[in-house]
Design a protein around this ligand. Structure first.
Ligand code: PGA
Length: 257
């Protein structure tokens, strides 16, 4: 993972069908040469399109992520996706603990923990999503929620110098599928500091600063992207809606300073 580059991780969720995914990927491929230097692009398509998208971006700087994985490598787990198989298909990242999965599929911190552990074992880079909802924020539980989600997800997992972990701070109320309220950069910066402190408690300084990256997600678009990417502790963005259409994705990339 290149610490100098800013990461833009496109979460395509279940927003696109296969043909739309291929179209968007081909379009992006034609444009990326201009964005190679300061940005690392990662696209996270639906599992159904993952192999095809990987083929499209082969020999380019764009990297591929999955939107989830299971906590076992192999076995009788109907419908689940093996992290090892993802790795073997040249997928490098996996989004884990996204609030939409926590909400609609009742994913718990323990499940996220097991997935994280297995993803790292399979040499994938987890994009671990944490964040409070509006109610928790209103009740001043934000710090507690962040600390709790982060420690429970990572407790007992050793991160070696070869491993990388991305922690995505995604306040549920700021995500476009949630309330879509735009977060203030100061609030994001504060959350990133809380995250860093927790990591420093759990890991040594070396691992915290070299092997973890904190990014932000929640209604990031071409207009607000720089206000988040320029924060001192934020080194990337996990972006949903704005990366799901060719013109909004290009606008987002073009506006990054
Ligand atoms: P959004 O999604 O950019 O559409 O708010 C971000 C996410 O859910 O990861």
């Amino acid at each position: 993972m290149d610490k100098e580059k800013k990461y833009i991780i496109a979460n395509w969720k279940m927003a696109l069908n296969h043909a739309e995914t291929i179209h968007l990927s081909n379009y992006l491929k034609k444009q990326i040469k201009d964005f190679q230097d300061n940005l690392q692009l990662v696209v996270c398509p639906s599992f159904l399109s993952l192999v095809k998208v990987q083929e499209i971006f082969e020999n380019t700087s764009v990297q591929i992520g999955a939107q989830d994985c299971f906590w076992e490598e192999k076995g009788g787990y109907t419908g689940e996706i093996s992290p090892l198989n993802l790795k073997n298909l040249n997928c490098q990242y996996v989004i884990l603990g996204h609030s939409e999965r926590r909400k609609h599929l009742q994913e718990t911190n323990d499940m996220v923990h097991r997935k994280c552990e297995m993803a790292l074992k399979s040499k994938l880079i987890p994009i671990l999503c944490i964040g409070e909802n509006w109610e928790q924020r209103s009740e001043k539980q934000k710090d507690f929620v962040l600390i709790n989600q982060l420690t429970e997800a990572l407790q007992g997992i050793s991160v070696s110098p070869e491993d990388q972990v991305i922690v995505a701070y995604e306040p549920v109320w700021a995500i476009s599928t949630g309330e879509g309220i735009e977060a203030e950069p100061e609030e994001v910066q504060y959350a990133a500091e809380v995250i860093k402190q927790v990591l420093l408690d759990m890991y040594n300084k070396e691992i915290t600063y070299h092997n973890f990256r904190v990014i932000y997600g929640g209604s990031v678009n071409s207009e607000n992207v720089n206000s988040f990417l320029n924060l001192p502790n934020i080194t990337g963005a996990l972006v949903g809606a704005a990366t799901q259409k060719t013109h909004t994705f290009m606008e987002l990339l073009e506006n990054i300073k």
